[in-house]
Design a protein. Sequence first.
Length: 336
Amino acid sequence: MTAPWDGQEDQNLAQTLKKAKRKSLIRSIVISLLVTILTLTAIFFGAAKLMERRSAEAHYSEWRYLMISSPNEYPSGFRDNRGFLSGVLEMSTYKIIEGVPVPWNEKWFNYNEWWFPFATGAYGGTTNLQESAPPGNPDSQMFRRQYNPHNGQKEMAYYIPGVEYSGAILNDLNLLTRMEPEELAEMALSFDKPYSFEEVKSMLPREVRPVWYWVDTYDESSWFNLKPHEDGEGVMVNPQPMSSSAGVYGFGTGPNSDEVLPENFLGMLQTGLQHKDYYSEYKRISRYLTKDKAEPDASDVRILGVVVTGSAAGLKSLNGQPYIRGAVLGAVADPY
């Protein structure tokens, strides 16, 4: 005869099932937490490694671009502020005037992974200071000398051969008479026509030191802004000289080396074509220099001007040189 169902056993079974469910739930929660922690750790670790790689790429690409686009300017240090799949690279630069360093600029660059749609970083920036209009001359299109916003020093300017500029072309050689003979300075010389690298080396006086060679990189797309043209409001705009901070490309000496060759510039172009940063500009310049050949060579590098350094007394040797179309003073340093 079967014994009647015991109510106590029913309660024990229910408690056992409840404990089993509780353990199962706790185990599921723990496993989920562990998986989440491991997943997030892997994601953040992977993102950190990606940003480390992207930071190195950004640092190298900005250094490389600085070398061909910023006359007599060199990086002095950098700071890297990284976030999740994005970051900001801050770079300080300086100039060298006959061995004397001159702090010059602070630049920052946002970088992130190309597929990441959100990026944190720095926005805004500084622009070069500009002198006011001369008294009695309200012409808004007249060229105003530019000044560095960080130290107040003069910025150099460059005049392309064959381009007609409004107003007088600057010739600061006369300013050298107001300087002490031993005072040091850099000066941007714009030539009357393109020259070869060897021609430039042979025609400069021995009293000046060439530190940066300005290369002709101006294709048809560049000439839109090098001829009088209408702006968006129908006002005629006249060409302005090129600034050191935009529009000039070239090659020069380094902080620890005076050796320089056109092949250095071509090498920078070829390296730039292998990376995404500034690729379109590297490609444009390379195509312009190559023309109908397979690739450019040193003879295709034509020099439109040069940045020289020296003492005020030494720079005076440039007076009367027939190949100088414009001469614009830049940074000045005390030799002491």
